[in-house]
Design a binder for this molecule. Sequence first.
Ligand code: SER
Length: 330
Amino acid sequence: MTQILVTGANGEIGHALIRKLASEGASIVALDLHDIDATLSGFCAESYRGDVRDAEVLGEIGRHHRFSAIYHMASLLSTSGERDPELAHEVNVNGSFNIMKLARAQSGLRGERTKLIFTSSIAVYGLRAGDLRTRPLTEREFLTPCTMYGINKLYVEQMGRYFSEYYKIREGEVPIDFRCLRFPGLISSETLPSGGTTDYGPEMLHAAAQGKPYRCFVRESTRLPFMVMDDAVRALTRLAGAPRSALRHQVYNVTSFSVTAGEIKALIETSFPQADIQFEVSANRQAIVDSWPENVDDSPARAEWGWAPEYSFERAFRDLLIPKVMARYS
Ligand code: SER
């Protein structure tokens, strides 16, 4: 029986994705640096504690399973990457290279292309002072990232494209089927990210629901694209399910809404009028978001595999996030 491997299983996306894949009947193998969360273990056929940098663990996993798809999310996020660029490179690049080798081996063993679904980010863009941040960027512009994380993600996108489309050295090699999404900031009612620079969105919400003060580390006027986790997971499984023949690209932007930190605060305050949210800008983290676009153009995803977000800004907060965090912390 073929299975699906999920790396970074305990992470934000992992949590939601595992539940969704399990609800569709998939047999899931989970990999995480830590023991799999108790809330997830029931959804997984098997779980491994291990590091994507450890080729031996991955070899072991590959010997015991046959994967039709691998969702690779294990990663150090952008703020963490700036604190330790060397570690970011090891995890985000060397770890991803190991996962790519696993996908290649699986394609060979199965005689069929194993899908490698990779989560990239708006961090691959690098705008500088004077560049117009408001125009929605296509997948091909301003690929001059200013963070180690962005550089790592961009390199893995290119490596995936290479092994998917160009590597034909070995006679009879079955290529991997690489598919990648560039996500905007993600907001979940269930989990909080750690070490990212879009974290202020979800952190503001969870702090307000818990009655805790929150000091937002970017300016009130900072505008970035965001998406709720439900839409993010739908995008991943929809891209994975698209027929290869419909896909003309390997890397797709996806987005839902573009909002300022002040607009997020104002919407949260309509449900949590006592919320104590103030702005205390961190120059380093502000510089990171200032290099990212305010919006991205996701028309190839819409045209080729029918991407469309379900949640607008208001709907996301009023119908989904706020009721769920209220229930969670009440
Ligand atoms: N959310 C990520 C971060 O802030 C960007 O992909 O690092």
